[in-house]
Each structure stands twice: as structure tokens, then as C-alpha cells.
Design a protein around this ligand. Sequence first.
Ligand SMILES: CSCCC(=O)C(=O)COP(=O)(O)O
Ligand SMILES: [Zn+2]
Length: 210
Amino acid sequence: MAETLTPWRDAPQVLCALADELAAKGWLPATSGNLSVCVRQHPLALAITRSGADKQHLTPPDVIYVDSELRVLDAVDPSHRPSAETIVHTKLYQALSCGCILHVHTVYNNLASEVYFAEGAVSIAGHELLKALDHWEPDACIQVPIVENLHDIPALADAVLAAVRPGVPGVLVRNHGIYAWGDTPAAAKRYLEAFEFLFQYVLTLRLLRG
Ligand SMILES: CSCCC(=O)C(=O)COP(=O)(O)O
Ligand SMILES: [Zn+2]
């Protein structure tokens, strides 16, 4: 990936705008979800939402800067802690060199993660919206991997990383949510929207077909 770094000072505004858009879709309920952007690559620094913040009403002080070892580099309120899932973000940035990672809990991504868990992935083929995931080939078919919802977060991070498939910018976590990423915040949001549309589509089609 050729990521675009978000300027350090712009990160709070960028993350608040993303949170507003995702919250408007109902994708950040009950303080769930975490959002981050890469603000420096070497050494890694990211801006990420604070743990427990209501992401439906995110404000700039809810954004915290951390390094690859999860050390806080800057926080408006020293009592605020970065997302409990920060290590998933740092490991993905280190492996993929992406620019933005979005983690949301939605009804459809949770249903897809459970219904298709035994298959290890959600297969999606023959759909126009695969183009939004940068699959323009006429016979496009992707598998969105699913991992178990490990409560040991460093182990979850390793599982997510091990599940990453080339050309598929997301991993589902069973009965939990999805991590989706892109080179830029706009790309990550587009991929996330495409995944969510396609999960709703495959689940509804499965129901209609019985
Ligand atoms: C209340 S949702 C449970 C934690 C979670 O899965 C999540 O995405 C939010 O955690 P954070 O520490 O980033 O607020
Ligand atoms: Zn979560």
C-alpha cells in the first residue's frame, strides 16, 4: 500500500468527521468501535479514539496519539486511555503500511461473522459493488476472512494479522465487528461501506433463497 499520512494536527478533526459519518449510519453504538489514522510512519505514530468514548459524539480531546509500543505521545486529558484495541491497529499499520483503520460493530457484520464462521470467510462474487473494493475483474470473487473473538487483545491482533488476505482490506471478528483499512481515510470509509452493503446483500439473499 502507498499510504497517505494524515498531518498530525489534522488528525482529531479527520477522526471526528469520520465518527460523525459512521455514527449517522448507526455503526458506532454503545461506545463501540475505534478509529485511527497514521500520522507518522518511521517511527510509527497514530492518532486513535480513546477507550470508552461515545463515538457518536466524538470531540477532538477524545483523540490520543500513541506509538508502536502503545505509549501515549499526546493526550489532552492525561486520564484518557487509548482504545483497548489499539494493538490491533498498530500491528496492522506495521504490516500493511495503510493510512487509516476503521473498526465498527454493526448488526450485519456481526451476523455475517457468525453465519459464515464455519467457512472461515464470507465469499462474495458477481456483484457490482466489488468494484468499490478495487475488484474490477468481470469474474471478481473475494473472501472476507473471519477470526474468533479472542478476549486476549494481543492474541486477537495476531489472529487478525494472520487472517489478512491480499486484495481484501478487511477482517471480520466473530460476533464482534470488522476492521477495515485503506491508504486514506476516504478509501477506508469506502471499503467499509462496500463491506457493509455486501454483508447485508449476501445475508438477505440467503434468507430469500431459503
Ligand atoms: C462497548 S464495545 C466493547 C469494546 C469494543 O469492542 C470496542 O470496539 C470499543 O473499545 P474502545 O476501547 O476502543 O472504546
Ligand atoms: Zn470492538
